[in-house]
Every structure is written in structure tokens, then in C-alpha cells.
Design a protein around this ligand. Structure first.
Ligand SMILES: *Cc1c(COP(=O)(O)O)cnc(C)c1O
Length: 370
């Protein structure tokens, strides 16, 4: 028995779509990309979409397009995948971390104002695990202080906050499509925005700084090669068509876990705010502090159940400690949560029997780890 942490949901439709691109021999900057970025933009209620070769690339482009540079400060969360903070370092700006809400695990808007200084330019919330951050509070603060907002929606495609799609709030947002995400392009991401200038800048910078309508060897600004190829975009289009089905299946798997874990001592199930509609990215439980998480993970892996601690606080990564002098204790909620989290196998095709097996193994592992 082996149950992986994640597994992409690929059907014949996706395979046919990719083969179709190969047969067309049109492999880059073509119709698949145009259609894919337009459909992602529409899903997020946005005017423009710019396909890129990773979520990280997308975040980098938005940070640059919004003019963040050396000495500027960006307020963000330390409880995230490292890319949401690295994109700030790429431009020699400074990530200013704000601790999280212990329930939603998203940035705590009540702590943001204290972190604002004259150098603050942007607030960069992350919709952690597919649960949108408290965007009304964040947008209100941003407006009051004249700050820009970048939504890291890489884990939240299709999620909603108070009836509006994740990715529709900030000056720009990024979705990501690595194979462990809800839908995948292999590698890939899409930037969305309503701001035409930001869209043009992102489009140019993803393509070596080329201008709209300019020649292949005319470069208007410093750019990168962050392009997403046609095969990936075709795969993304086929996945996007199935997004409602995929999200519904993932919600059903989460519900199965919720039911079976209801009375398991020592397990805290994910908290979901009544303000949001989840797009389930991962299923992350928290273990009581009396339980040795290390031991539980070892026992689960012995039984073929993959699992991971999600996330390790960004501020405690060695190079962040070295660069900024962060220490244990700086962001106590993030650190306490990080010590207790455990991501269980979670993907569209996970059957009820497998969920039952994971839960049974978890119960036994916990009993042996008290
Ligand atoms: C997946 C993810 C990204 C982007 O990751 P890539 O591997 O570069 O596509 C960014 N932020 C968060 C929070 C993520 O989960």
C-alpha cells in the first residue's frame, strides 16, 4: 500500500489536447496561450491574463510591474510557500512579516497597520491552502494608506471570498499550476489584473522585454524568459474545463476526512471561515502538542502513507535568518502552528477507502506517539 501526498488528475482529454498541439507544430506563443490566459482571467473576474512558466515567475513580474524596488517594504505572511516572499527579495525589497490568524492560518489583518512604515509599498496576502485571506479588511487598510495589493492566489484557483473570486481583489493576482495544485500545466502560472499598464509590463517582461508589436530583436526594457509553452497551455485549458468537477471531488474528499476525523483525539481539523468558499488545495490537520509529530510521520510513512509538515516558517529558513536576523519567537502564532501541522494525502482521485485507511493509520500512529 502506498498513498502519495498528491497526484494530478489527468484524463484522455488532457492527453488529446497536448497531442493536438504537437501535431500542430505550433509550440510557443500561440492560440493555446491566448485562450488559456483569457479563461483564467475570466474565472478570476479580471480583464487581463498573462501566462508564465511558474507561479514564482508571475509573482516576480507583478512585484516589478508595481514598481517595488530596493529599500521598499512589502507586508506579507511568514506562513507560506517561500516563493511569496522570495519574489520580494528578487527586487532587493524587504519582506515585512505579519503573524497569522491561528484559525484560518492567513495573514492577520489586525496586525497589518502596526507594520506599515513610510517605505511600505505593497501588501501581499497569500490564500493559504485554498482559503482566501480576509480581503475586505486588507483592501480597506491598503486604500487608507495608499498601498498596492498583490494576491498570491497560487493555492486558491476557484475559491471565493464573500461571493467574489480569489484573485479579483488586489492590483494583481497570481495562480499556479505545478502538478500538486488543484489543476496543473506541469510547470506554469497566470498573472491576472484589470490594469492595462501592469498587464503590458508583465507581458513584455515575461518575453525578454520585447514591446507589443515590436520585432523579435527589439527589447524595450529588462525582461526574462518566463513564457509558458503551448503544450502546457493546452493541458491547462483542458484542466480548466474540468475545474468545477475537480473542485467538487476535492471538496468531497475533504468532507470524507472531516467526517472520519471528527472524533479522533489529538486531531484538529481545518477551520474554514464562513466568509469563504474553499478551493481545496491540501488537507492539513493540526496535532495536539502532546503528540510527537516526528513519530507520527515516521509511522505513517512506514504504512505507505505520505505526509508532510506544511509549512516551515519562511522567517526561520537559514538565509532569511542570515539576511534579516530573524529568530525563533518573532512570529509566535506562525511558529506554534508550523510545529503542529500535518498534510495528509489529498487529491481528486483519493477514494473513500483510501481516506479510511489513512485515518486508521493516523489513529494508530497517534496512539503510539503520545
Ligand atoms: C505553488 C505556490 C507558488 C508558486 O509555485 P511555483 O512552483 O513557482 O509555481 C507560490 N506561492 C504559493 C503560496 C504556492 O503554494
Amino acid at each position: 500500500m502506498f498513498i502519495p501526498l498528491s497526484s494530478p488528475d489527468i484524463t484522455e482529454k488532457e492527453i488529446e489536447a497536448v497531442i493536438g498541439v504537437l501535431r500542430s507544430r505550433f509550440l510557443a506563443l500561440g492560440p493555446q496561450m491566448k485562450a488559456f490566459e483569457q479563461q483564467v482571467a475570466t474565472l478570476a473576474g479580471r480583464r487581463f491574463g498573462i501566462a508564465v512558466n511558474s507561479g514564482t515567475s508571475g509573482l516576480h513580474l507583478l512585484v516589478r510591474a508595481l514598481g517595488v524596488g530596493e529599500g521598499d517594504e512589502v507586508i506579507t505572511t511568514p506562513f507560506s510557500f517561500i516563493a511569496s516572499s522570495n519574489c520580494i527579495l528578487f527586487e532587493r525589497a524587504r519582506p515585512v512579516f505579519v503573524d497569522i490568524d491561528p484559525q484560518t492560518l492567513n495573514i492577520d489583518p489586525g496586525l497589518i497597520e502596526k507594520a506599515i512604515t513610510p517605505r511600505t509599498r505593497v501588501i501581499l496576502p497569500v490564500h493559504v491552502f485554498g482559503q482566501p485571506a480576509d480581503m475586505d479588511s486588507i483592501m480597506e487598510i491598503a486604500q487608507r494608506y495608499g498601498l498596492k495589493v498583490i494576491e498570491d492566489a497560487c493555492e486558491a484557483i476557484g475559491a471565493q471570498y464573500r461571493g467574489r473570486p480569489a484573485g479579483s481583489f488586489g492590483d494583481g493576482a497570481v495562480f499556479a499550476f505545478y502538478p500538486n495544485k488543484q489543476i496543473t500545466t506541469g510547470e506554469g502560472g497566470v498573472v491576472v489584473t484589470d490594469d492595462e499598464e501592469v498587464a503590458c509590463l508583465c507581458r513584455s517582461m515575461r518575453n525578454q522585454g520585447r514591446g507589443e508589436g515590436g520585432g523579435w530583436l527589439d527589447h524595450e526594457r529588462l525582461g526574462f524568459n518566463y513564457r509558458l509553452d503551448e503544450l502546457s497551455c493546452a493541458l491547462g485549458l483542458a484542466q480548466l474545463q474540468r475545474l468545477p468537477e475537480i473542485l467538487a471531488k476535492r471538496a468531497a474528499v475533504a468532507e470524507a476526512y472531516n467526517l472520519m476525523l471528527k472524533d479522533v483525539p489529538g486531531v484538529i481539523r481545518p477551520y474554514i471561515s464562513p466568509d469563504v468558499e474553499m478551493s481545496w488545495f491540501v488537507y492539513v490537520i493540526r496535532l495536539d502538542e502532546k503528540i510527537s509529530r516526528e513519530r507520527v510521520m515516521t509511522l505513517l510513512k512506514q504504512r505507505g502513507v505520505e505526509c508532510k509538515p506544511y509549512f516551515t516558517p519562511i522567517h526561520l529558513q537559514p538565509f532569511y535568518r542570515n539576511l534579516f536576523g530573524f529568530r525563533e519567537g518573532d512570529f509566535p502564532v506562525t511558529e506554534r502552528v508550523s510545529r503542529s501541522t500535518l498534510a495528509l494525502p489529498f487529491f481528486t482521485g483519493l477514494g473513500e477507502e483510501q481516506v479510511a485507511y489513512v485515518v486508521q493509520c493516523l489513529k494508530e500512529a497517534i496512539e503510539e506517539s503520545l
